[in-house]
Design a protein around this ligand. Sequence first.
Ligand SMILES: Cc1cc2nc3c(=O)[nH]c(=O)nc-3n(C[C@H](O)[C@H](O)[C@H](O)COP(=O)(O)O)c2cc1C
Length: 339
Amino acid sequence: MGPISNRYTRLAGIEHPIVQEGLGPFKTPKLAAAVSNAGGLGTVSMPGFPRDLTEGARTFREHIEECASLTDKPFAVNIPVGVDGDGNVLAFTDAYINTALEARAADDEIAKRLTVLTTSAGFPGKYVGPIKDAGMVHQHKVGSTAQALKAQEAGVDAVIAAGFEMGGHAPSKGVHTYVLVPSVTEVVDVPVVLSGGAKDGRTLAAALCMGAEAVAMGTRFIASEENSDWHPSYAQALLSAQEGDDVAFTGVYGPCRGLRNRASLRLVEDHDDTTDPAELLRWKIESMQRAQTEGDVEDGLVLAGQVAGAIGEVIKVAEFVPAMAEEAADVLDRLAARR
Ligand SMILES: Cc1cc2nc3c(=O)[nH]c(=O)nc-3n(C[C@H](O)[C@H](O)[C@H](O)COP(=O)(O)O)c2cc1C
C-alpha cells in the first residue's frame, strides 16, 4: 500500500492515486505500462479515427496486447464517446468499446490487467451495462457538475472532473478545476478524480483537499523517458512552452487545448469558411498525428494543457509516480501538523 490510499485506489486496484489518462489519437501502451508498473493507473489511448474501423480496431487491440505484455498490474483504456451533430454516437466508439471487451473475453491474462474503461466526451449511458457485465470499473470524464450527476445516475463507478486548463479536447463549459472539483464532490457519492493542471505532489495534495481522490494527468506524462513511442520534439515543445503559450481551438469534437503555433493559429485566426468541413476535420486529425509521429510541432496541432508552461524537465515515470505520492503525503502531514 502506498502513502495515500483511499476509495479510488481500492476501486482501481492501484498503489498511488495517480492516473495517466487517455492521450488519443496516439500510441501509449509503453507509457501506460510504465505508469501501472510504477503503482499508478496507465491508460491505453484510442489510436485514431480511421476510415477503416476494422483496421482501427486491430491497431487498438495490438496496443492493448502490448501493454498487457509489459505489465502485470491493472491498466485502463480511454474511449471517447464521439457524437455527431444529430446526437448520434459515432461508429468508432462502438468499434473501440467492442475491441476492449473482446480482448478481455479472449484472453484471461488481458482480463486480469485491463480492468478499467474510461469514457469521455459524449454521454456513455448505453455502454454502462456492457462494461459492468464485463466486470470492469467504468469511469467517465465530465466537464460540469450536471454531467457528473448524470453519469453517476447512469451507474458509473467514478467520475473524472476535467477542468478548463486541461490538454486535448476540453469540456465545452470550460469550468476551472478549482471551481469544478469541489462542486462535483458535493453532489456525487462515487470517487472523483481531478483532471487538468496536476503535475506534482503539491497539486495532488491540493486535489485531495478539494475532495478528489486522485488526479488524472496527460501533459505531465508526455514529457517522460518512458513515452518513447512519441517523437522527442513533442516533449521538447512542451518543455519549452511558457505561461500563455497554450490556446483553445475547435478540435475534432468540440473545444481543444494545445500549444500556440502555425497550426492552431490557423484555426483560431483564419476562420476559413471555404474549407470543406470533412477536409478540415481530416486535416486536424492528420496534423495532430504528424506532431506526434514526425515531430512537426509548428504545422502540426500539439495538444497540451496549460501546465505545459509549468513543467521544465523530462521525468522517469518509475521514480516520478511514487515520489509524487510521497510528496503529497508529506505536504498534507506538514499542513496537519500546523494545527
Ligand atoms: C495530447 C493529448 C491527447 C489527449 N487525448 C485524449 C483522449 O483521447 N481522450 C480523452 O478523454 N482525453 C484526452 N486528453 C485529455 C487527457 O486525458 C487529460 O484529461 C488531460 O491531459 C488532463 O489535463 P493536463 O493535460 O493538464 O494533465 C488528451 C490530452 C492531451 C494532452
